[in-house]
Design a protein around this ligand. Structure first.
Ligand SMILES: [Zn+2]
Length: 330
C-alpha cells in the first residue's frame, strides 16, 4: 500500500511545532539570527531530552515574530502536510506566541493565518481550522485572559479552544472558568490530558472542562471505568503514537494502547503533534500502524471518517472531506 498517497486528517497539530526545519533556517538567514546548534548534520532539529526539546522549540520560535512570518508558517506547514496526503488539519495557535496576548496584535496574526489557510485551500486543496490555545503552565488567570480574547475573535476558521502545555501544572478544575467562557462563546473544546498524568486527568477534563475531545488521553487505558465513560460520551482521543514513543511514554508501538482503545470502542484520531521535532509525519505513522497492528485501507478509511465526525469544522467542509475519502479509499 502507498501510505503517502492515502488521504488523511491530521488533527490536531501545534502550528509552531509543525515548522519544517528548512523553513526556520530560511527565516533565520533572512533575519540574520544565529541558530547554530539547533540542527543536526542532516538538518533536522537536534535535542537530547525533553528539557532540551523545549529549549530548541523556543529557539526555533524566535524567528516567528510577526503576522507575515505566521502567514508563511501556515503555508509551509500545510505544504509539508499535503505531501503526506493530508486533506484536513487543525492547528493549535496561541495568542501568547502571536503578539504576546495583545488583542489588537492577535487580530493581525489571525487575519494573516486565515489568509494563508484560504490560499492553501484554493491552491493545494488542503483544509484547516484553528484551535485557540491557552498555555497551561502560564496559569488559570492567564487562561481567562486568553478565553476573553477567544470570545472576541471567534469566527472564520477559528472554531476550537484547547489547552496545551505542562500537564502537571495545576488541575483541570482550575481552568473550568476559562473553558466556560470559551463554551459560551460557541467554541468546540479539547484539552491535553492523560499523556504525562494518568487516567484521572482525563476524567477531570470531562468533569470540569466538559470537552468533547482529549489531546492524547491514551493513559485512560489505566482505568477501564474512564475508558467506558469515553465510549458512552462519544469522546474522541487525539492520539499521537509517534510523539508518545519519541518522548518515552511507551517503549514502542507494540506496547502503545491505540489498538486496545479502539477494540474497547473508543474513537481515536491519529495525529503528529509536533512532526519534525518528533521525527515523524503522517506517512510514517500510517505505515508503522499497518506494520505493527495490521491496519488495512479499511481501518484507515474508518479512522478518517471518525476524524471527520470529530473535526471542529462545518458540515459543508465535512461533506467535501467525506467525498474525498469515499473516492480515494477503495
Ligand atoms: Zn500536543
Amino acid at each position: 500500500m502507498n501510505y503517502g498517497k492515502l488521504p488523511k486528517c491530521d488533527l490536531p497539530v501545534h502550528l509552531e511545532g509543525a515548522a519544517p526545519p528548512n523553513f526556520i533556517r530560511q527565516l533565520a538567514n533572512e533575519k540574520k539570527i544565529n541558530l547554530t546548534g539547533l540542527f543536526d548534520s542532516k538538518g533536522d532539529y537536534f535535542f537530547k531530552n525533553f528539557k532540551d526539546f523545549l529549549n530548541v522549540y523556543d529557539q526555533a520560535c524566535k524567528v516567528l515574530n510577526g503576522p507575515e512570518e505566521f502567514y508563511r508558517l501556515v503555508v509551509a506547514a500545510l505544504k509539508s502536510s499535503a505531501q503526506h496526503g493530508v486533506i484536513y488539519t487543525e492547528f493549535f495557535v496561541s495568542p501568547d506566541f502571536c503578539g504576546g496576548g495583545d488583542l489588537v496584535a492577535w487580530r493581525e496574526y489571525l487575519a494573516a493565518m486565515e489568509a494563508a489557510a484560504s490560499y492553501c485551500e484554493a491552491n493545494m486543496a488542503v483544509y484547516c481550522r484553528f484551535i485557540l490555545t491557552p498555555i497551561r503552565h502560564l496559569g488559570a488567570d492567564r487562561a481567562c485572559v486568553i478565553a476573553d480574547i477567544a470570545q472576541k475573535t471567534i469566527g472564520g476558521r477559528l472554531t476550537g479552544f484547547g489547552m496545551g502545555g505542562d500537564e502537571t501544572f495545576l488541575t483541570p478544575k482550575d481552568f473550568s472558568y476559562a473553558f466556560d467562557m470559551a463554551r459560551e462563546a460557541g467554541y468546540r473544546l479539547t484539552n491535553h490530558a492523560g499523556e504525562i498524568v494518568g487516567a484521572s486527568s482525563v476524567l477531570d477534563s470531562l468533569k470540569y472542562l466538559k470537552v468533547e475531545r482529549i489531546g492524547h488521553g491514551v493513559r485512560a487505558i489505566e482505568d477501564l471505568d474512564v475508558v467506558q465513560r469515553l465510549v458512552e460520551e462519544n469522546i474522541t482521543l487525539e492520539v499521537n503514537p509517534g510523539s508518545n514513543i519519541f518522548l518515552g511514554i511507551y517503549e514502542d508501538l507494540k506496547s502503545h494502547p491505540i489498538q486496545r482503545l479502539r477494540d474497547l470502542g473508543v474513537q481515536v484520531t491519529v495525529s503528529t503533534d509536533d512532526p519534525p521535532f518528533f521525527k515523524t509525519d503522517m506517512t510514517k505513522e500510517y505505515s508503522n500502524l499497518a506494520n505493527v497492528f495490521n491496519w488495512t485501507s479499511k481501518t484507515f478509511f474508518l479512522l478518517n471518517t471518525d476524524a471527520v465526525k470529530a473535526a471542529f469544522c462545518d458540515d459543508k467542509t465535512k461533506e467535501i472531506l467525506n467525498s474525498i475519502l469515499e473516492r480515494e479509499y477503495v
